[in-house]
Design a protein around this ligand. Structure first.
Ligand code: PMP
Length: 443
């Protein structure tokens, strides 16, 4: 496998040559929160794949739902006003549970194309309102909104921009709320005021009549699990409402129980105009994303478009097998999985907090089953680990040897997003294996 991989498989977000140095790590099977590699080694998956296998692995009822649908109707297009029962039912079930009036669902294949689709819908919206000059988009530094060209421009990763002419000149950023490294300090009030001031001045610089939309993640995930202070999301949402700027909550990571409730926005009492989701929607078993659109946005777009067709879509939009899986996963969330996630999340946060005194640990943060610890060279000065992939890779490898899969970001941040089905013993093992890994890193 290693030879075949070297010869033929190109991995996303990995150096071209890294597998030549390290070899590929192949997973063979998984059950619950435990994955087994090709050599038979068992590990706890502290990252639920890529923040997505919320229900855990090997759920027979999900497998059955997919198999049933494959036998019955493996494919139906959603194009041309055609449909399938599971997709229609899933849209209805989800609309019943989204915050506020986010009642219209557009299914995609994942998060990137969900974000891409919002950009198109937002342009339709402003055109329909006779305001085509509202074509400028703002997002937040340290944000991640996908890997498609448009999403990558909203994403704040220089590696995603270099050589592609990104971000586009209509894509703007304001600084992150990143409390541990915020020039205004870590007082919640100061951070909220600084973000509001930054947004205000960005809107002014662009021209208040030109701003189409503002994109946020309720908790920034790929930027290093950056949790804004309570009230931040609401303050930004209110600013956008006052200035007639559409507010997009990217819940691709935070959605479906990752932070506790089904959607993180609900917890903050925020109703966005658009919400993007993916990952936990199908718990990673099959690909699917969903854009949710508020009634007033949908009505405006539909009214403006009249008989014109929606100009984009995917062969696999509203895929019946993905929808059948989505329906089954939703049942699991409501039959104990969300509750278990809330309980396990408290234990995870307490456990990681107990590592705060470790000489390498600068910060511990998170909410629910979404957490991070930020490693530093010098605690007093918050000196980050060298910005290179190597220390992260070494920590990742050590954790793997210790039976734990985590996400090691290049800047020395360790990310946690375990399956919501974790038992107390599994959460404790995640914490203890992290402690061991950090001790070994210190040696
Ligand atoms: N938005 C956010 C907030 C994400 O975290 C991600 C993926 N990590 C995406 C969008 C893109 O989703 P996908 O990888 O499914 O295209």
């Amino acid at each position: 496998l290693i030879e075949l991989d070297r010869a033929h498989l190109i991995h996303p977000v990995a150096s071209y040559r890294s597998h030549e140095k390290h070899g590929v790590r192949v997973l063979a099977s998984a059950k619950g929160a435990t994955v087994t590699d090709a050599s038979g080694k068992q590990l706890i998956d502290g990252f639920a794949g890529l923040w997505c296998v919320n229900a855990g692995y090997g759920h027979d009822s999900i497998v059955e739902a997919a198999a049933r649908q494959m036998r019955e109707l493996p494919y139906a297009t959603a194009y041309f006003g055609l449909g399938s029962e599971p997709a229609i039912r899933l849209a209805g079930e989800l609309a019943d549970r989204t915050p506020g009036n986010l009642n219209h669902v557009y299914f995609t294949l994942g998060g990137s194309d969900a974000v891409d689709s919002t950009v198109r819908f937002i342009r339709y919206y402003w055109n329909a309102r006779g305001r085509p000059e509202r074509d400028q988009f703002i997002s937040v530094e340290q944000g991640y909104h996908g890997s498609s060209t448009v999403g990558a421009g909203l994403t704040a990763l220089p590696a995603f921009h270099a050589g592609f002419g990104l971000p586009f000149d209509w894509q703007h950023k304001i600084p992150s709320h990143y409390a541990y490294r915020n020039p205004v300090g870590d007082s919640p009030q100061a951070i909220i005021e600084a973000s509001l001031a930054a947004l205000k001045s960005k809107v002014k610089a662009i021209g208040p009549e030109r701003v189409a939309a503002f994109y946020v993640e309720p908790i920034q995930g790929s930027g290093g699990v950056l949790v804004p202070p309570k009230g931040w999301l609401k303050a930004m949402r209110e600013f956008c409402r006052e200035h007639d700027i559409l507010f997009v909550a990217d819940e691709v990571i935070t959605g479906f129980g990752r932070t506790g409730p089904l959607f993180a926005c609900s917890e903050e009492g925020v109703v966005p105009d658009f919400m993007t989701t993916a990952k936990g929607l199908t718990s990673g078993y099959v690909p699917m994303g969903a854009v949710f659109m508020a009634d007033h946005v949908y009505e405006t777009i539909a009214e403006g478009a009249g008989a014109a067709a929606i100009g984009h879509g995917y062969t696999y939009s509203a895929h019946p097998v993905s929808a059948a899986v989505g329906l089954e996963v939703l049942k699991l969330y409501e039959n104990g999985l969300l509750d278990n996630g809330i309980k396990a999340g408290k234990r995870l946060m307490q456990g990681l907090e107990s590592l705060r005194n470790h000489p390498l640990v600068g910060d511990v943060r998170g909410r629910g089953m979404l957490a991070a610890i930020e490693l530093v060279v010098d605690k007093a000065n918050r000196t980050p680990l060298p910005a290179s992939a190597d220390p992260a890779r070494r920590i990742f490898d050590r954790a793997w040897e210790n039976g734990l899969v985590i996400r090691a970001f290049a800047n020395g941040i360790l990310g946690y997003a375990p399956p919501l089905c974790c038992t107390d013993a599994e959460i404790d093992a995640i914490v203890e294996r992290t402690r061991l890994t950090l001790d070994e890193t210190l040696e």
